[in-house]
Design a protein around this ligand. Structure first.
Ligand code: FA5
Length: 357
């Protein structure tokens, strides 16, 4: 073989290596291809091995030619190997991004206590300290307990103040928690200290601060020498503690047939800071705690001796208080299960079990 034939053969080998390498996708396949070319019995390897058998006058030129060819072919293999290795590590990196078994597992987000429940628990704790018990009445109530026992006979215009859901069985969905006052007086007599949190229902037009289903906390304290200053002092203490900040309160006269005198305690709107917004109906104030001295007719209906005892009662708007505490401007967020309204339950512990009155 002369030098030209050698160059032709080398050119064919290199062209074939180029073609074969382009189809190689695995490092193992590349290694075995490399053996078939550069190995002792490989296409180029055989030529390299043959140099020693060349006539002495050709040996140097042949040697240089095959060695240069070997360097070029080796470079082709190395460059393909480099590409294969980098794409393998890229794939590995991608796989790591998708799933790394060494990372700690993702926790499912836990549900937490509803803002209304959290404020309810706080109120229960505060009143427990003051010697009150926590009672509960039924949501489906008799007309008598919801109205008559509270000094609101059928013909009284005050019935219109609470748009009522009437049931086919003649009962009502209680419009307020006040019937629990009557139930507790009947059951325990005087003296008496109870609160009664629970759901109430009214056939209301829904807006930012009105729902057809909402929560109140009824409070009733009957004892000797109970007066309005006791009620106002207790209300201030309660609202300051629940709100955990100074809030402005205003006390004004209010009318409810089951108290005399009646008052309304309003809180300056925590949503707008008192400037006026849809939550406070542009007034800057939110009705939170209507209250008053229990009307003698109600005490008598409950079997309490009005010569000996007086008492105060209140009907705190629990849902509205939760709105004020947590800065929730629309009551529909609370009733609609909006997860943004959730707060941390750890702070609060757990609920106090209620007795059924
Ligand atoms: C009553 O329900 C009286 N039973 C309260 C009471 C009890 C007065 C004891 C005196 C003695 P009122 O209708 O104002 O009153 O409701 C009390 C509170 O419940 C309101 O101040 C308000 O905070 C809340 N509330 C009333 N209606 C709704 C409603 N539709 N949506 C949300 N909160 C309401």
């Amino acid at each position: 073989m002369d030098i030209d034939q050698l160059n032709e053969q080398i050119a064919r080998i290199e062209a074939q290596v180029g073609l074969d390498l382009a189809g190689v996708e695995q490092v193992d396949a590349l290694r075995s291809l490399e053996t078939t070319v550069l190995g002792k019995k490989g296409s180029l390897g055989v030529l390299i091995g043959g140099v020693k058998d060349c006539p002495p006058e050709q040996r140097k030129a042949f040697g240089q030619t095959v060695n240069q060819a070997k360097t070029r072919v080796k470079t082709l293999f190395d460059s393909r190997l480099g590409k294969l290795q980098s794409s393998v590590s890229e794939a590995e990196t991608k796989a790591e991004t998708v799933f790394d078994p060494t990372l700690p597992g993702k926790c499912k987000e836990m549900g937490s206590v509803h803002p209304v429940t959290s404020v309810q628990w706080e109120i229960e704790r505060i009143f427990e300290r003051l010697g009150f018990t926590v009672e509960a009445g039924p949501e489906m109530e008799s007309e008598y307990n919801n109205f008559e026992a509270l000094n609101i006979p059928a013909t009284h215009p005050a019935r219109d103040m609470q748009d009522t859901f009437w049931l086919d069985n003649g009962k009502v969905l209680r419009t307020h928690t006040s019937p629990v006052q009557f139930r507790a007086m009947k059951k325990f007599g005087a003296p008496l200290r109870i609160i009664a949190p629970g759901r109430c229902f009214r056939y209301e037009t829904i807006d930012a601060s009105h729902e057809n289903t909402f929560h109140q906390v009824e409070g009733l304290m009957i004892d000797r020498d109970i007066s309005i200053p006791n009620l106002i002092a207790m209300s201030r203490m309660l609202l300051r503690e629940v709100m955990e900040r100074d809030v402005e309160l205003r006390v004004r006269p209010g009318y409810f047939p089951f108290v005399e005198p009646g008052i309304e305690i309003d809180m300056n709107c925590q949503i707008c800071g008192g400037q006026g917004c849809p939550t406070c109906k542009q007034s800057g104030w939110v009705e939170i705690l209507p209250a008053g001295m229990v009307h003698p007719n109600v005490l008598e209906a409950g079997g309490v001796d009005t010569e000996e005892y007086t008492g105060f009662a209140f009907g705190l708007g629990l849902t509205r208080l939760a709105m004020m505490k947590f800065g929730i401007g629309d009551i529909r967020i609370l009733n609609g299960g909006d997860l943004r309204a959730m707060v941390s339950p750890e702070r609060l512990g757990g609920p106090i079990l209620k007795d059924k009155v």
